[in-house]
Design a protein around this ligand. Structure first.
Ligand code: ZN
Length: 273
């Protein structure tokens, strides 16, 4: 098989992009035909890749194992979580897989296939930004966190209906994902803190219940999600946060009360920074 980017012609890409209107990301997810190889790290972790990316596998493996360990430890998750990385050789392959015309630096945890949790991103051999071990490990930790939260809280993968269903809020999910990024390296937390101090307009947590990418200022929304989550963890402790996540399965967590809580974001203004 000599699959290459020629297969992803304009017609194919437009067909894929048009699925965004009718199909959720978890349902339209499809591996790029250019990803033909598979490297197995263990019974539950593997990397699917294109032949030209074989030389980068050691770096990806190291990052994945580090990220997986960090997240599993924090969430006190004793089971194995099956994860497949689908590493796109080019940005076009990434766009094909998620049906989104995104930048090459994007990472996604779009859903699962046959019970295996999928993470997609572009090979560091093509995307120079991804050729940084701290960044790679941090972003893998971020995406693994999405999957582990789905396993623990069983929240809907459709982030547009979380609020109406009183399902786990995205501010907390994305906040925990970013908290795990910070566990990878202190420089990441420093960067977040610096950026938080530059936020001029704060959202109500209520407005961050659903998909944060629908906010007009996505950067601020994510930083605020991180800030509120860090506050929550400091206030009630990590174990209690994990309990809230587990209770979400039976819709027994009072997210409404928590999301109203002034202690999490309104304080930022009170402090006078
Ligand atoms: Zn995320």
């Amino acid at each position: 098989m000599h699959a290459n980017n020629n297969e992803l012609d304009e017609t194919t890409m437009n067909r894929r992009f048009s699925l965004r209107n009718s199909c959720r990301i978890a349902d339209r997810l499809e591996k790029s035909p250019n990803i033909t190889e598979r490297y197995s790290i263990s019974t539950h972790l593997d990397i699917h890749y294109a032949p030209q990316d074989a030389t980068i596998l050691p770096l990806i493996q190291e990052s994945l194992l580090d990220a997986y360990g960090i997240v599993k430890t924090w969430f006190n998750y004793s089971n194995d979580l099956a994860i497949s990385l689908w590493m796109a050789p080019e940005v076009k392959d990434l766009q094909y897989m998620v049906c989104i015309p995104c930048a090459d630096s994007y990472f996604f945890a779009p859903g699962a296939r046959d019970g295996i949790n999928i993470i997609v991103f572009v090979s560091p051999l093509t995307c120079r930004l991804n050729h940084n071990e701290i960044r790679m490990t941090a972003l893998l930790a971020h995406e693994i966190t999405h999957h582990i939260i789905r396993a623990i809280a069983q929240a809907s993968t459709d982030a547009t209906i979380r609020k109406q269903n009183l399902d786990m809020p995205m501010w907390l999910e994305e906040g925990l994902c970013q908290l795990m990024e910070c566990e990878v390296h202190p420089s990441i937390e420093d960067k977040f803190i610096k950026s938080i101090n530059e936020i001029s307009q704060w959202y109500d947590l209520e407005d961050l219940w659903n998909d944060l990418s629908s906010c007009s200022d996505t950067n601020s929304a994510y930083l605020q999600a991180y800030f509120a989550t860090q506050r929550l963890v400091n206030k009630i402790g990590q174990a209690e946060v994990l309990t809230l996540l587990s209770l979400n399965r039976d819709h027994k967590t009072d997210w409404r009360e928590l999301t109203k809580s002034n202690a999490l974001t309104a304080l930022k203004t009170d402090e006078g920074r």
